[in-house]
Ligand binder design. Structure first.
Ligand SMILES: Cc1cc2nc3c(=O)[nH]c(=O)nc-3n(C[C@H](O)[C@H](O)[C@H](O)COP(=O)(O)OP(=O)(O)OC[C@H]3O[C@@H](n4cnc5c(N)ncnc54)[C@H](O)[C@@H]3O)c2cc1C
Length: 401
């Protein structure tokens, strides 16, 4: 080294947990979270772009996935992982930080499908279904949305269930159902023609005559998740497979409250992934002879991205506390889903902008977060639906039409 010439300082690694949220976990839960991080970093990150580009699910990951033992996080008993709502959220965030599709696969199986059985099933049903689902021997999906009914599922489901002795006959279609083209068990929500109430049914995909699934093609987001159009044509489902503790759409909404809380975490993770990839890029990319990270306008974008990420982390952390205290109302979950997904859209767009032309290339990761964010923004209830739930709670007046 020449005398008098300073070596450049090593640049800091991106720190996407600026306020040290993960550190608030107890030691055993922090260890579980670190295992998830290690899995996502070493097994998922290296291969996921290829699967995304090919519109395919990485089945090769399932054996390693099983070893993580994280299905049924925050659900107690019946072989489920259990643990705190904070761990449940942080796992979703950590997964989405590396890949939104893998986080969604888990959210659908562990949150929506297992959650529906845990909340609405009888003791017998929970004992029968949850242990193999927790071990990932059976994978589940959640069929609520229909081709012609999305936001209006509360009042307008057209899939029908008709009691016939000890069985139910189900007819209808379900659209957009994550995992459906290959999974084993579907939670199907249908309107009982006798009392007009929505009921939940556990349907075995591979052995129920009249049950068929067509894979949805040509998606531009979450391409790793396999979404299906389910058709139920006079499917006979035994009464013992009707969720015994559910009697109306209010029970369906309980599951949605929990999973909207979860999407808030996923949306936070998605922007973390965009932020850290954009920051690393900015430190390395030279223009005008300097790293673009040295330009004031680039630092402004990075600071705004980090502020969005950190604000969302604080918000979802509080929702986890409310969840633990039994105080996570529909409006509180909806506010979190709406706010985090809106901030996420802003953050991933700034990240994509920061990479210039490379921001639209899958080779630089940020593009994947940028497009996948669009699905988080709309699924589990659109931004407008969440705000209508909040609006009703704060004004006392329902604006739903
Ligand atoms: C990738 C992906 C995965 C999904 N996975 C699942 C799944 O596993 N299971 C499942 O059941 N569903 C799933 N969905 C469906 C998802 O929940 C719906 O797409 C979502 O609820 C919106 O319904 P929709 O698409 O029919 O939109 P629509 O209800 O047709 O809404 C279209 C637009 O109109 C607006 N709008 C509608 N009504 C009103 C109103 N009263 N006031 C103001 N604005 C209104 C909406 O906000 C939206 O902007 C998935 C969707 C996607 C894209």
């Amino acid at each position: 080294m020449k005398e008098g010439i300073k070596q450049p300082k090593p640049l800091p690694e991106p720190n996407v947990d600026f306020y040290e949220l993960a550190e608030t976990l107890p030691a055993d839960e922090l260890a579980a979270l670190k295992q998830v991080r290690e899995f996502m970093q070493s097994k998922v990150a290296p291969i996921i772009t290829k699967y995304w580009a090919e519109d395919a699910f990485p089945f090769e990951l399932l054996p390693e996935f099983k070893k993580l033992n994280i299905m049924g996080a925050a659900l107690e008993g019946y072989g489920c992982r259990g643990g705190s709502g904070l761990l449940f959220g942080l796992i979703a965030m950590e997964m989405a930080r590396f890949d939104a599709s893998i986080a969604t696969f888990v959210g659908v199986h562990s949150g929506l499908a297992m959650g529906s059985i845990h909340m609405g099933g009888s003791e017998e049903q929970k004992n029968k279904w949850l242990p193999p689902m927790a071990r990932m021997e059976k994978i589940g999906c959640f069929g609520l949305t229909e081709p012609l009914v999305g936001s209006g599922t509360g009042g307008g489901l057209t899939t029908t269930a008709k009691r016939d002795g000890d069985t139910w006959i189900i007819n209808g279609q379900k659209k957009w159902i994550g995992n459906a083209p290959w999974c084993d068990v579907s939670i199907i929500w249908a309107r009982d023609v006798a009392d007009n109430q929505v009921k939940g049914f556990i349907v075995e995909n591979k052995t129920t005559p009249g049950f068929s699934v067509e894979k949805i093609q040509n998606k531009i987001a979450l391409k790793v998740v396999q979404n299906g159009l389910i058709t139920l044509n006079n499917c006979r489902v035994p009464e013992e497979n009707r969720l015994q503790q559910d009697s109306s759409f209010r029970d369906t909404a309980k599951v949605l409250r929990m999973t909207r809380f979860l999407v808030g975490w996923e949306a936070t993770g998605c922007q973390m992934g965009a932020y850290e990839n954009a920051l690393t890029y900015a430190q390395q990319r030279l223009q005008f002879g300097k790293p673009i990270a040295s330009f004031q306008l680039v630092q402004d974008l990075l600071a705004k991205m980090l502020a969005n990420v950190t604000a969302c982390q604080c918000m979802v952390a509080r929702t986890a506390q409310l969840h633990a205290e039994g105080k996570l109302t529909d409006a509180r979950a909806a506010l979190s889903k709406a706010f985090t997904t809106a901030r996420m859209r802003e953050t991933v767009a700034w990240g994509r902008e920061l990479l210039g032309g490379n921001g639209i290339s899958l080779d630089y990761q940020v593009a994947r977060f940028f497009v996948d964010a669009e699905a988080f923004y709309s699924y589990e209830g659109t931004y407008q639906m969440q705000n209508l739930i909040v609006g009703k709670a704060v004004t006392g007046i329902s604006a739903f039409v």
